[in-house]
Design a protein around this ligand. Structure first.
Ligand code: ZN
Length: 261
């Protein structure tokens, strides 16, 4: 299993970090992708990823909820990390495999709506120029996010924590995007199960959004990559295959999108 979206640089993982990593690996997690949210996370991500360089894989980006008055300064730091890598405590550099997490979020606050759009357009451009995939966060902003995606035909990536309609899923897949399937799939009355009847397994990635979004039966707890097995079991039912079959195809999908070996 590959967790394509996990905030393992979150302070909630500090106390038991090495034991936590070991228990994920023992449960069959092969890699964890760690998205950035702002310039502070360039440091927090480098500090965790350099200790497990083949297992924890960094991405960098400015999250829409982090877009404030200083967003251009934030973007400058992120651009530098894309070009030069993330400096680590042992003097090496880690090269991000994606631009993320980036997107639009109109849920709580639309004060910086136009700045969010400018930041997203800029980061889409950087991804295309560097031939890197994007990790997209979209909350209550589907129309604007799709409109922006349409302006960049060469863009590829994943819609993280996808929970949209069949129509949106179909367009994204046609454009070469993947859909990130998180713990939401296990929630009661989740319509995503119906949407997936119309989506090929070759378009899906597994993810957690940990420490958030823990699946049933762990809801409300700190999330872990190994808990993805609960999404895997449901996906096996939906796609009429085995859990191993789901793990094999979604692992191939993640390796293809993020150029992992
Ligand atoms: Zn996230």
């Amino acid at each position: 299993m590959i967790d394509t979206h996990c905030h393992i640089d979150d302070p909630q993982y500090v106390a038991d970090f090495d034991a936590f990593i070991r228990s994920q690996q023992e449960a069959g997690v092969k890699r964890i992708l760690v998205p950035g949210i702002n310039i502070d996370s360039l440091t927090s991500i480098a500090n965790v990823c350099y200790r497990y360089p083949d297992f924890l894989i960094p991405a960098v980006g400015l999250h829409p909820e982090e877009v404030k008055d200083d967003f251009r300064e934030q973007l400058n730091g992120i651009k530098r990390a894309l070009d030069e890598g993330l400096p680590t405590p042992d003097g090496t550099r880690l090269h991000p495999v994606a631009v993320g997490e980036i997107g639009l979020d109109y849920h709580w606050d639309i004060t910086y709506k136009s700045e969010q759009q400018e930041a997203l357009r800029t980061q889409f451009q950087w991804a295309v120029e560097r031939n890197l995939p994007v990790m997209i966060h979209n909350r209550d902003a589907t129309a604007d996010t799709l409109a922006m995606v349409r302006q960049f035909p060469a863009l590829r990536g994943v819609f993280h924590c996808f929970n949209g309609s069949v129509e949106v899923a179909t367009e994204l897949i046609q454009r070469g995007f993947y859909l990130g399937i998180g713990g939401v799939l296990t929630f009661k009355n989740c319509h995503l199960k119906d949407t997936l009847q119309h989506v090929p397994l070759t378009a899906l990635l597994l993810e957690t959004d940990a420490p958030y979004m823990a699946p049933v039966p762990h809801r409300g707890k700190r999330n872990e990559s190994r808990f993805m097995i609960h999404q895997v079991d449901l996906l096996a039912d939906i796609y009429n295959t085995t859990p191993d079959g789901i793990i094999r195809v979604t692992t191939d999908n993640a390796c293809r999108l993020f150029a992992l070996n």
